[in-house]
Design a binder for this molecule. Structure first.
Ligand SMILES: C[S@@+](CC[C@H](N)C(=O)[O-])C[C@H]1O[C@@H](n2cnc3c(N)ncnc32)[C@H](O)[C@@H]1O
Ligand code: SF4
Length: 457
């Protein structure tokens, strides 16, 4: 897809403006603004009691600390200068693992472990060993389990990377965002190219070969030319995965984003062109598009058959386990029964754990209707296609149960974003960046107006 082809469709008035309004990212359905206090520690404990030996689970551990604040940051994190608060948090995390494990019906198999943040690389090597040892004692960790860590390259040296490898880490997601130094200064994240290159080299020489790079578009003063340079430089690393995130500017939620001047941010059409150009360059250089913001080299498990890609709170993943157990402040667990989120406040998290209470504060128990819509939204977001009639029947309903929703998508067919054959909805290559808008047609909560989201493009 080229920027030009988008212009053609609208005769100059681009789709970005028509469809670029706010929509959720659908890392869950129902989305987080619709979680409530009805799901608490007791409900979560009941759900945990249905998981036993032989069940496959994924684990997510949230480490909400960083050394320095990137002004664009939308993650849940806290800036710390000393290790003491991190050390205290690790104690709570270890205790939470024990509390969760006590409530399981058996010892499930962990096929995927993801450390996210924040910056998990703030943990010292000793704490890495302690946390991994606790997980190994508590879960049956699959021999080929993916053990992934989000890495801030600015704080790395080779001995640290060796410690990660020793702890069993076999996949790294590297925060880059942009290579241009002027833009780096505008977002308060100065990270020379050499620093990133060195870290990539150390990861590979220590056997951590599966690499993801995080890049961003829509940053202050960023232009299509910057994005072209950024993408070309990223190609040099030959990472098997690249995530290309559109900067989500939500200063009403993340007040520090006010440090980024609104008038320096590219508009919707410019963002669209940036995303299109980056995608074009990556595809020309052998990457395959996955979902709406990920790219992977052939051979990566997220490239391939429909149904082989899942979506979790970190984005697209090869991990399709039905159960994700989240640990740490703000972490969300996703289960057949619903979602359960831990309290975000660090003092409340610590108090809960100290009192021996599971720190879950909100969530949502899924109704049959939620489960059907979650399935449809997931397939659209991951496969760009869903047989809605078959999904309805598989959920015990008439094949036409979501026909009204399908009908709301007809204008997108006219815009070339979508094909509808019978009840099968297929997002076209032109429509791919707007897949969230397609998924939104099946979101029964969207019209209730709670929560504000970032722009679709
Ligand atoms: C937890 S950070 C990655 C690890 C580490 N903290 C770092 O920054 O290097 C997760 C990623 O989310 C992305 N991100 C953070 N804030 C964002 C925002 N407001 N909009 C879009 N992407 C964002 C960035 O690409 C970032 O690398
Ligand atoms: S982008 Fe990463 S390093 Fe920067 S503040 Fe956010 S979590 Fe921390």
């Amino acid at each position: 897809m080229t920027a030009q082809s988008l212009q053609d469709i609208e005769g100059g008035k681009t789709l970005a403006v028509r469809y670029g309004g706010a929509v959720p990212r659908y890392t869950s359905y129902p989305t987080a603004p619709h979680f409530s206090g009805l799901v608490n520690g007791d409900v979560y404990a009941e759900w945990l009691g249905t998981i036993g030996s032989g069940d496959k689970v994924s684990l997510y551990l949230h480490i909400p600390f960083c050394h320095e604040l990137c002004w664009y940051c939308g993650c849940f994190t806290k800036i710390v200068r000393r290790y003491k608060p991190v050390a205290g948090y690790v104690e709570s995390l270890l205790r939470e693992i024990d509390m969760v494990v006590e409530r399981l019906a058996g010892k499930p198999e962990a096929t995927c472990i993801h450390f996210g943040g924040g910056s998990p690389t703030i943990l010292d090597p000793r704490d890495w060993q302690r946390v991994m040892n606790r997980l190994r004692a508590s879960f049956d960790i699959a021999a080929d389990a993916e053990i992934a860590v989000e890495i801030d390259p600015r704080t790395m040296d080779e001995s640290y990377i060796r410690a990660l490898a020793d702890a069993g880490v076999n996949r790294a997601s590297i925060g880059i965002q942009e290579f241009d130094e002027d833009i780096q200064r505008r977002i308060n994240r100065v990270q020379p190219f050499q620093v990133t290159a060195q870290v990539v080299g150390w990861l590979r020489s220590n056997g951590i070969e599966s690499l993801n790079l995080d890049l961003m578009y829509g940053l202050p003063k960023q232009t299509v030319r910057h994005v072209e340079d950024m993408t070309a430089r990223a190609l040099a690393f030959k990472a098997n995965r690249i995530a290309l995130f559109g900067y989500a500017h939500v200063p009403w939620m993340k007040t520090h984003q006010r440090l980024i001047r609104d008038d320096e941010l590219p508009g919707l059409e410019e963002r669209w062109h940036q995303a299109s150009r980056a995608a074009e360059i990556l595809v020309e250089n052998g990457y395959v598009r996955v979902g709406f913001d990920h790219f992977a080299l052939p051979g990566d498990p997220i490239v391939g058959e429909a149904g082989g890609v899942g979506r979790n709170f970190q984005g697209y993943t090869a991990d399709t386990a039905e159960t994700l157990i989240g640990f740490g402040a703000s972490a969300i667990s996703s289960m057949r029964q619903g979602y359960a989120q831990n309290v975000a406040s660090l003092p409340s998290y610590a108090h809960s754990i100290e009192a021996g209470l599971l720190p879950v504060r909100r969530g949502v128990a899924l109704s049959d209707d939620d489960r059907l819509r979650r399935f449809v939204i997931n397939r659209i977001m991951c496969d760009m296609q869903a047989d809605i009639g078959r999904a309805c029947e598989a959920h015990g309903l008439d094949a036409g149960a979501l026909d009204t929703e399908i009908d709301t998508l007809r204008p997108m067919v006219r815009d070339g974003l979508l094909d509808i054959t019978g009840r099968t909805v297929t997002v076209t290559e032109v429509g791919r960046p707007l897949v969230r808008n397609v998924a939104a047609a099946f979101d029964a909560y969207l019209s209730t107006g709670e929560g504000r989201h970032s722009a679709a493009v």
